[in-house]
Each structure stands twice: as structure tokens, then as C-alpha cells.
Design a protein around this ligand. Sequence first.
Ligand SMILES: C[S@@+](CC[C@H](N)C(=O)[O-])C[C@H]1O[C@@H](n2cnc3c(N)ncnc32)[C@H](O)[C@@H]1O
Length: 261
Amino acid sequence: MKNRLENKGFKLESIDWIHYGFKIRNSPLNLGSTHEYLQGLYYIQSVAPMLPSLILDPKPNDVVIDMCAAPGGKATHLAQIMNNQGNLILIERNIKRISALEINLRRMGISNSIVINEDAVNLSKMNLKANKILLDAPCTGEGLIRQDPSRKRSKTIKDIKKLSQIQKKLLNSGLASLNPGGQLLYSTCSIAPEENELVLDDVLKDNSEFSIVKMPGNYGIEGLTEFNGKTLREDIKFSQRLYPHLHNTIGFFISLIEKIK
Ligand SMILES: C[S@@+](CC[C@H](N)C(=O)[O-])C[C@H]1O[C@@H](n2cnc3c(N)ncnc32)[C@H](O)[C@@H]1O
């Protein structure tokens, strides 16, 4: 794929931590209309959103749930890591976003997945248990302000409060659907503590059934363990925050939670 794009004049730069991911430095054509794209040889996304699936690292025989799947950047990446085997259950509440998800799955030849149009808050009532769960939660998108400055004004404290309630409900439901020893990766493209550390702290409280575990690499800086005078669970420091000015990515947050056996 790399050679084919380079032969067409694209300039690809390697990314240290993912041997099959590249930054595009020069595009003579629209990257979304090449034969290679239409043949499903790659997905276009920014760098930080490649982390959640990579860190969750499902195995080919796992049962994996992506609770907020459309348009499928992380879902197609999960399927790639699973070698298109096992069971990949993709939930998406918004029916209007499902066609984009299905198009991406078909384009990339994913055959180990099913799509469920449902509110993932109801996951815990669906009688499904998984070894690995991805919760790429709906958020204010604060981390995208560098690309889209209008987000500075389009989202307010009210949005943060509303979304953090939804994030807590989704996280509670996801954790209840984990098998013992299983892992849930929580991510957002927001850097607001209210959508990240405070969500984890509120849901996990002093629950010793779950622990936030260290990730296999350092991609950003530690999660906050203190905010606004409040001390948070200590293991939240194993979460990682990525910032545009420090890491040259979108603002992003990731945390890996394990259900103790
Ligand atoms: C951040 S986007 C997910 C991006 C996706 N993971 C990817 O990598 O392409 C969040 C998605 O969650 C969906 N969503 C929001 N609330 C939901 C809920 N309660 N249950 C399921 N999906 C939900 C939104 O419609 C949106 O498609």
C-alpha cells in the first residue's frame, strides 16, 4: 500500500509506535478517492485516534464490543488487529451514522462484525459479555479546537455537564458487561477533566473490582489525580492525555480499565 501511494506521488512519514500507520505529508490527489482507498487498503484518520484499538489489543478469538462505533475508524482497526476473526459487536445509537459505518466495514472487507442500532447505555441489559470493550465516548470534541476553532464557542459548560452524565452511564454499562480479567478502553477527543478523569472517578469511586492499568507505551502525559481541590483515585494517573501543543496531535484522552479476576 505504501509503495503504491508513493508511486502516485504521496509522501508518507512513519509513526514510531505503529508500523502500519503513516502521516501523509504530500497529497497530489484526494486521499479519499484513490483506488487503494476504494479497495479498503487504508482508513483516513488522525494519529491519536489510532491509539485506543492498538492499546486494547484484542486477540483473534476475543469477543469485542465497540459501544460507539460509527463511522468505524476504531472498529475497522480492531478488526484488523483481530485478523478479521472472533466476534466484533458494533453498537451505534444514531441510525443516520450507521450507513457510513457499514460502508467502511464493506470497503475494508470486515467479516467478523455485526452492527447493532441501539443505545449502548442498554448494553448491560443485552446479555452480552466481552473480553475487550471499547468506549470511544461521545464528547464535546474540545480536543479538536486547533482544527476547528468554532468549537471554542459552539460548546458550553452545559454541554460538558450533559455529556459527562451520558459518559458515566455508558461507562457503567460497559463495565457491567466485562468478563473477569477483561479490559475496557475509555477514550474521548476532549481534554476537559469533567469528561475524563472525573467520569472515571465518579463511576469507579473506591470500587476494588476494577483497576486502571498502565498502558504498554507512553504516548502522552499522566491523567490528573487532583482537580479543583478534589483528590481522585490514584490509579487514574495511568490514563494518558495528549495535547496539540505537546504531542502535535488532536487533544485526546485514553484510559485502560481492567476487571480484576
Ligand atoms: C466519538 S464518536 C465515535 C467514533 C468512532 N469510535 C470511530 O472511531 O469512528 C461517538 C459515536 O457515539 C455515538 N453515540 C452517542 N451516544 C451513544 C449511545 N448512547 N449509544 C451508542 N452510540 C452512541 C454517536 O452517534 C457517535 O457516532
